[in-house]
Design a protein around this ligand. Structure first.
Ligand SMILES: Cc1cc2nc3c(=O)[nH]c(=O)nc-3n(C[C@H](O)[C@H](O)[C@H](O)COP(=O)(O)OP(=O)(O)OC[C@H]3O[C@@H](n4cnc5c(N)ncnc54)[C@H](O)[C@@H]3O)c2cc1C
Length: 475
């Protein structure tokens, strides 16, 4: 009888979490420093009979980069900027380069990433695997539309180069493919030319969700638009909120572009009013992170926004507009030990107002109101596992506690039905509750079959898996 593989060293075991700290699990963690090590690590997984998850900065809200009891490859050390052409705005990077590294490299030359998430701490590998969208999704599309090409190592041992015209099936499947087909080893992006490091921002309130949705559509000429939605207000006010529209400055509008394009101009002060460190905010906020406290904070925020500075236009650095929350270290800790989950659904424009209102009402009836709601506008794209459509998304943050965890799952199940009935979609980077039958419904049998065929070719041993993969594609 032959001996099985030697067990992996215990010191490799690490306790990994999702961004919201609501899911935790051990995994054997490896941190390659050179692309050439990836093949050996794939071989290690095969020898051990263990699956492998690729992980960037681990900032997905759900279980996309978790792999309970198996192997996880942390790719953050593959973080070299390989080529930068300040004339054309083309950049080629390793997958562990973060959005923060990227903008710090290019802004002085007058360039900016065309699509960014709400945090700059994510890696480009993770962002391309999720095919992230920004607050400009209906204008700029997802990140994948700005990828000129990428190189990837597949578990079958092949190195492939993909662009819309070469290996195009893999191009449209790996982008948005959540690291299940192969590992990006280099990514080439076309960046956006900017004439200033500032944006022109306008903020205003709307007393109803209908008004919020209408406002978003009326402002589709903006470069960015996003709405904060109050999901705790009572009856008539449920879904009211504040909108922010933002525009890039045109050449000549900024009198001092050489100053605003500096990194120093972008970095916000670490203290409120020069006194209170922003790092303290989670401590102040924690006692209010319950149903009654959030109702009060949201009401105060809404009424302050509706009076002070309503409809004012101001200039804001690109970084401050796009990544405001990053300046409050560990803000997600206000949700306490159970952490948080986010439920982001995408609805066709015709259905959005009514269905979102019904969803918010249901959350309140179940005594599980979302403490933060964010409304965005989207348009469809051609990627295989796309989450986008011609309509809106509403991202809802929920606090998780030991006593509400099962109720939240039941609520998500009810919300899923409403979204699917309205022809809506979901997003793997945020999801932690979907089941595989629901995934099949929104993606369709044809898409799932195509994805499985590509996976069988690229990854015949089914080496690349994750907790999300087993939950959404296998179970
Ligand atoms: C505060 C906050 C705000 C956010 N706002 C937005 C937003 O506005 N829009 C949006 O779209 N998303 C948003 N997100 C989600 C986030 O952008 C995505 O989850 C993104 O994928 C996280 O990148 P990461 O580097 O942390 O990747 P991880 O979370 O570590 O991994 C994400 C996926 O990428 C895969 N992967 C990682 N590296 C590679 C690689 N080299 N090759 C192949 N696959 C790989 C992983 O296997 C996993 O499936 C937000 C997240 C946070 C925390």
């Amino acid at each position: 009888m032959s001996a099985g593989p030697a067990a992996l060293p215990l010191e490799r075991l690490a306790r990994l979490e999702n961004f919201g700290h609501s899911l935790k699990g051990p995994a054997y963690l490896y941190r390659p420093e050179r692309i050439e090590q990836l093949n050996d690590l794939f071989e290690l997984g095969r020898r051990q009979g263990l699956s492998i998850t690729l992980r960037g900065a681990g900032r997905s809200y759900g279980d996309a980069s978790l792999n309970n009891g198996q192997i996880v490859l942390d790719l953050r050390a593959l973080n070299h900027i390989l080529e930068w052409d300040a004339q054309s705005g083309r950049i080629r990077v390793e997958p562990g380069v973060t959005i923060e590294q990227l903008w710090k490299q290019v802004l002085m030359d007058g360039w900016w990433p065309p699509v960014v998430p709400g945090t700059m701490f994510t890696t480009l590998g993770g962002c391309l695997a999720a095919n992230i969208h920004g607050k400009n999704n209906w204008q700029a599309g997802p990140l994948g539309e700005h990828a000129i090409e990428f190189e990837a190592l597949l578990p079958n041992g092949k190195n492939v180069q993909c662009c819309p015209k070469q290996n195009s099936e893999m191009f449209y499947a790996m982008i948005g493919g959540m690291g299940l087909l192969g590992v990006f080893t280099s990514i080439t992006l076309q960046l956006k030319k900017v004439a200033s490091g500032d944006m022109k921002v306008k903020a205003w309130t709307q007393p109803t969700l209908q008004g919020m949705v209408q406002s978003v559509d009326e402002n589709k000429d903006a470069d960015y638009i996003v709405g904060w939605v109050d999901c705790t207000a009572s009856a008539k006010g449920l879904g009211r909120g504040q909108l922010h529209r933002a525009e890039y400055l045109k050449p000549g509008e900024d009198e001092h572009p050489s100053e605003t394009l500096q990194v120093e101009h972008q970095v916000l002060p670490p203290r409120f009013f020069g006194l209170v460190p922003k790092a303290w905010l989670p401590l102040f906020m924690k006692p209010f992170t319950n149903n009654a406290g959030t109702w009060a904070v949201n009401a105060a925020k809404y009424f302050a926004n509706a009076t002070i500075g309503n409809h004012k236009t101001y200039r804001h650095p690109l970084v401050a507009f796009n990544f405001l929350l990053d300046y409050i270290p560990n803000w997600e800790r206000i949700y306490g030990g159970g952490g948080l989950i986010q439920y982001q659904s995408f609805l066709p424009k015709e259905a959005a107002t009514d269905v979102y209102l019904d969803m918010l009402r249901l959350c309140k009836r179940r005594r599980l109101p979302s403490y933060l709601g964010v409304l965005k506008r989207h348009r469809p794209d051609q990627f295989l596992l796309s989450h986008a459509l011609d309509g809106y998304s509403l991202a809802l943050d929920f606090r998780v506690t030991q006593s509400n965890r099962l109720h939240l799952l039941a609520l998500a199940d009810e919300l899923d039905k409403m979204v699917l009935e309205a022809g809506g979609r979901f997003y793997f980077a945020k999801d932690s509750t979907l089941k595989s039958d629901r995934v099949r419904k929104y993606l369709g049998d044809g898409v799932i079959a195509k994805f499985r065929k590509l996976k069988a070719e690229a990854d015949p041993d089914n080496l690349l898996q994750s907790d999300l993969y087993r939950r959404c594609f296998i179970a």
